[in-house]
Structure formats: structure tokens, C-alpha cells
Write a protein that binds this ligand. Structure first.
Ligand SMILES: Nc1nc2c(ncn2[C@@H]2O[C@H](COP(=O)(O)OP(=O)(O)O)[C@@H](O)[C@H]2O)c(=O)[nH]1
Ligand SMILES: [Mg+2]
Length: 348
């Protein structure tokens, strides 16, 4: 009995807390305009929520945020776990805030729901930045799929921009497909690498060299400096073998160290040079528009899938086909066609 009462009281206090937390979209937008971090954090929580009641509010927040002008630069940072991304962001972020820039740090880590480790790691690695009034740090949204996490992060970028953040840094875990997702939401994509035992290009993920706008050989400090320089030369040579990018940009390689705070200014100059060049030749805007169009198309594809898989008749027809395939009565391709022809009939 006592336990039941306790649970009931807990539930009541939860409901009260939720009610208290409810704030209107307009007051949140006002807070965001004034760059109030608590309002920004709340808005992001709404965007991340899977509660259908929050969906509409989240959409309104995004629409209103998009209407606010922004002149931001979005930078993606990738590299294998342990390469030093978070430490790098701490030092890079501090350099930017010292020059008066407002910096938002977001992360895409679809594994974060499983292992809370990376979030804790980031907090300790970004100790100074997390206390900085000009910086806003938000750990990766949790979500069951990379697609879900990516959507939430994209929308968080828009909210941060509405709150006046000039530089948006998006860290990826550097495993699986998360780089591709982050690459599709940023203007500049930075790859962090370590100098190894000589053959630097071995083991590098396919496609990642083509995605990078800059490559930083990290931890170039102590007795690692020479090796880092050799790696830099090797990467520079390798990059020459790639066909030029459509936007005309030639990716650059440089050495850096978060411990000794070297190479950080080189990167910032590189990014400024990149932004200026891309804005002049029109690729900056073009790329953002292309990203938006791709994002739209991808969402439509996903939603179509979700819609059909939620339909009983579709699931049943699929089961039927699976059974026929199991019994060797139909070829997989034929079965797929038959199933889709049935759908097309229904849509007519
Ligand atoms: N020597 C050296 N160590 C570094 C540097 N940056 C990070 N580290 C160390 O590398 C480890 C991983 O760093 P972290 O920033 O968490 O990497 P992440 O997993 O890519 O975010 C930590 O032990 C850091 O102290 C650097 O510039 N030089
Ligand atoms: Mg990290």
C-alpha cells in the first residue's frame, strides 16, 4: 500500500514538473533570440522528443528559427575514437571564443544510448569550453537509428544558429556511417588522423578522403612531431591523386596538437579561406541548398517506408510473399514486383 502511494505521488510530481516545463513556442523563440542558453536547451529537447504532442511545437520552432538570419559556418569533425576530437574541439573552441565568436558543439553518436561513456568523456575533455559563456555544448541526441540522430542534430544546428552561434562544430563518433551523415549537414569537413608506423593510408576508410576538406595530423607533439610531418607529406601526395572537387577546393593537410596548441590557427585560417572562396564562387549556398534537397528526398523515402510498414495489409502481403519464397514458389524479384503492383493498384 505504502509503495503504491509512493508511486502515485511520484507520478503526480512528474506530471506537475512536465506542466511547469511547458512553455510556449513564442517565449522559447524570444529566449533563443536573446541567446538564452536555457531556452535553447529546452528547444532542442522539444526537437529531440519522440512524443507526438511535441512534434508540432518542434516544427514551429524550426520554421521560426529559419526566419532568423544567420551567418554561421558548420564544421564537421571526424576521426577514429581516441584520435583526439574532443580535446581538439576544446582548444579550437576556446581560440574562437577568445576572438569573440560564439561556438556551439553538437555530436552525432548513435551508440550513445548504449554506452554513456562518450558523453562523460566529452564533458571532461571540454572542461574549459563547457564553462565558457560564449560556448554551448550539447551531447548527442539518443535515438535508435543514425537517421533519427541525424535529423535531431540537423534541427539543433538551426536552433543554435537562430541563437546567434557563429561556428557550429559537429563531432562524429567516427564509426559506421556517421561520417556520411555529418558530412551531409556541414559546410567544411575535417578529418583528424594519427601518424602511424609509416603506411599512413592503410586502413583509411574508403570515401573518407573524398569527403574531407581538410586533414589534420593530430597529436603532433613531443617525439611524434617528425612522424607527423612525414604523414602530412604522404597525405598531401595522396590527395593530389584524387580528381579535383566540383567546387574547385583542394583539400589541405596540416599538423596540429591540442596539448601544445599548435596548428589551430592554421585550421581557422584555412576555414576562413574556404568560406570566402566558396561564397565567392557560389558553392557555399549551392551546397546548403543541395543538402536540403537531399535531406527532403531522404525523408520522403523514409516516411514512405514507415507508412507502408505500418499498414496491416502491406505487412500481410509481405508475409505471404516470404512464405512463397520459402517454398520456392516465386523468385524474390518477382515477389517484390507482385507486391508493389498490388500497392500501385490501391493507390490509383
Ligand atoms: N599527445 C597528445 N595527446 C592528445 C592530444 N589530443 C588528445 N590527446 C589524448 O588522446 C586521448 C583521446 O582524446 P579524445 O579527445 O577523448 O579523443 P576522441 O575520442 O577522438 O574525442 C586522450 O587521452 C587525450 O588526452 C594531443 O594533441 N596530443
Ligand atoms: Mg570524443
Amino acid at each position: 500500500m505504502a509503495n503504491q502511494k509512493k508511486t502515485r505521488n511520484q507520478n503526480i510530481s512528474k506530471i506537475r514538473k512536465l506542466r511547469k516545463e511547458e512553455v510556449s513556442v513564442d517565449s522559447l523563440i524570444e529566449g533563443i533570440r536573446q541567446s538564452d542558453k536555457a531556452s535553447l536547451a529546452r528547444a532542442i529537447t522539444l526537437v529531440e522528443s519522440s512524443n507526438p504532442e511535441h512534434l508540432e511545437q518542434a516544427e514551429q520552432l524550426i520554421v521560426k528559427s529559419l526566419a532568423l538570419n544567420s551567418n554561421s559556418i558548420r564544421i564537421g569533425i571526424t576521426g577514429v575514437p581516441g584520435v583526439g576530437k574532443s580535446s581538439f574541439i576544446e582548444v579550437f573552441g576556446k581560440t574562437l571564443t577568445l576572438s569573440g565568436k560564439k561556438v556551439a558543439v553538437l555530436a552525432v553518436d548513435p551508440t550513445s544510448a548504449l554506452s554513456k561513456g562518450s558523453i562523460l568523456g566529452d564533458k571532461t575533455r571540454m572542461e574549459e569550453l563547457s564553462k565558457d559563456p560564449l560556448a554551448f555544448i550539447r551531447p548527442s541526441p539518443s535515438g535508435e537509428s543514425l537517421g533519427g540522430v541525424a535529423r535531431k542534430t540537423r534541427e539543433s544546428i538551426i536552433l543554435c544558429e537562430a541563437a546567434g552561434y557563429d561556428v557550429i562544430l559537429v563531432e562524429t563518433v567516427g564509426v559506421g556511417q556517421s561520417e556520411i551523415a555529418v558530412h551531409s549537414m556541414v559546410d567544411f569537413f575535417l578529418l583528424l588522423k594519427l601518424s602511424g608506423a609509416g603506411d599512413e593510408l592503410q586502413g583509411i576508410k574508403r570515401g573518407i578522403m573524398e569527403m574531407a576538406d581538410g586533414i589534420a595530423i593530430n597529436k603532433a607533439d613531443g617525439n611524434n612531431v617528425e612522424r607527423a610531418k612525414l604523414a602530412q607529406a604522404e597525405f598531401a601526395r595522396a590527395l593530389h591523386l584524387y580528381p579535383p572537387k566540383e567546387n574547385g577546393w583542394v583539400p589541405k593537410v596540416f599538423c596540429c596538437s591540442a596539448v601544445e596548441n599548435t596548428g589551430i590557427n592554421t585550421l581557422w585560417e584555412l576555414i576562413q579561406d574556404f568560406t570566402k572562396t566558396m561564397k565567392t564562387n557560389g558553392h557555399f549556398e549551392r551546397n546548403r541548398k543541395l543538402q536540403n534537397k537531399n535531406w527532403f528526398l531522404q525523408t520522403v523515402d523514409e516516411q514512405i517506408k514507415v507508412y507502408f510498414h505500418s499498414k496491416k495489409s502491406f505487412v500481410e502481403a509481405q508475409e505471404e510473399m516470404l512464405k512463397a519464397i520459402e517454398e520456392n514458389k516465386i523468385s524474390p524479384y518477382h515477389a517484390a514486383r507482385k507486391l508493389l503492383d498490388g500497392l500501385k493498384e490501391q493507390l490509383k
